[in-house]
Write a protein that binds this ligand. Structure first.
Ligand SMILES: [Zn+2]
Length: 147
């Protein structure tokens, strides 16, 4: 596969300099395979092919079993977290969109301007109240989705 080939060629290029990556103090090490920078606790221990490999790549390459990695977000968890955040912050986003649309479009149509402004003011008052009322539930759900 092209992707695999790319990875191995990257590997060949980076083995020279990867030895020094841990030496620099304060800087986060870079994964040899995916070139991403993570905190040191996101790297697996070992020499040779396991040197400077992040947890995610280690699972991809088969150095580690996914069940052994306690802090890895699998795809399902990541999606669930995403929709949880979308549900929490979505209403605020839509409030801004609606106010902007109202300011741009609903000027000069007397009846509709007043009616939509009334609805928007109600929504503006309601959204923060619901936001704070749901904080505890949100944090509980987020805790469930944190590995
Ligand atoms: Zn990696």
């Amino acid at each position: 596969m092209v992707f695999q080939f790319l990875r191995t060629s990257l590997h060949a290029e980076t083995t020279k300099c990867s030895r020094n990556a841990h030496c620099s103090t304060g800087l986060m090490p870079t994964c040899r395979l995916c070139k991403s920078t993570y905190p040191a606790d996101q790297f697996i221990d070992g020499n040779g092919p396991r040197h400077l490999v992040c947890v995610r790549c280690a699972v991809d390459e088969g150095y580690l079993a996914a069940e052994d990695v306690s802090n890895l977000y699998d795809d399902q968890t990541a999606k669930a977290r995403m929709s949880l955040f979308a549900r929490r912050y979505g209403p605020i986003f839509w409030l801004f969109v609606c106010w902007t649309l109202w300011a741009l479009l609903f000027q000069g149509i007397d009846l509709w301007t007043t009616l939509t402004m009334g609805a928007l003011i109600l929504a503006t008052l309601g959204v923060p109240i619901m936001f704070f009322l749901r904080t505890a539930k949100f944090q509980a759900q987020l805790r469930q989705l944190t590995p």
